[in-house]
Design a protein around this ligand. Sequence first.
Ligand code: RI2
Length: 315
Amino acid sequence: MGVELVVSKVEDIAHKIETMEIRGARKIAKAAANALKEEASGSEAETSSQLVEDLNEAGRILLDTRPSAVSLSNSVRYVTRDLDSSGDLEDVRDKAISRAKEFVQRANEAKKKIGEIGCRRISDGDTILTHCNSSNALSVIKKAYDEGKDIEVVATEARPRRQGYITIRELSEYGVPVTLIVDSAARHFMKEVDKVVVGADSIAANGAVVNKIGTSQIALAADEARVPLFVAAESYKFHPSTLVGELVQIEERDEEEIVSPEEFPGVNIKNPAFDVTPSEYVDLIITERGIIPPAAAYEILQEAFELGLEGDEFL
Ligand code: RI2
């Protein structure tokens, strides 16, 4: 009974991630770590191997929710990696709990660091365009504002879920002057923009960036107008499988998010949540470890791989 309760807690968090009640690649990763922490502390497993099994099962439930954000699988891997199923039950429990806490703490520190590092690239008088709602992109913008830089933000709506509304509320409450535009107006306004700052759901070994659908069009418009594009992302957004040539799966969401299909019988409706911006359209990636050109994505991943992708250094 107790075990079921804990599993249902994991399922509850997984459901919230899937329905996007919990959203944003960083928040998803933190929620997954917290779900595993709950599972570890509440599990009624009687042996360490049972507990490891429970945690792996919880990890699978969480991983099934959103396929494009590698932060999710990197978070699950961080907590569940090489737990000793033949060791002491309480040692395994403690290890999983402390790793989950560590992941959340490091994710919070990374966002702060990204703000500090990234804001150096923002100049007084800049107009910054951002797309969707990235806690890391906003960390850069808010830090620049905190430092007294006179900045303005142009924020896209981000159809179909309109996460741009979260961005405009957050920034205007913070005091940053912000203008809302529809996604299709991005090119029209690009001539008034000095920098584009966006987040990422995944970054491939070749420096290509998977982010909210529409990012690649914005990148094209920025390139045409010679406006630099910065990506603000933690090192756990780098996708390990891309090192061996795998493509990042693009999540296809329910058509109902766009329009009720009954209104248009016989019409195909597509709703990809993300797109891929090739590295040539990305000027810099701002990570908590420093600023890198997209070509250095490979090195970040390789470094992680040399550590077995499981070393603490991956964060
Ligand atoms: P942080 C979001 O995905 C957006 O694509 C955003 O750019 C990205 O996560 C990164 O956000 P969604 O969950 O991790 O809204 O920087 O589909 O907060």
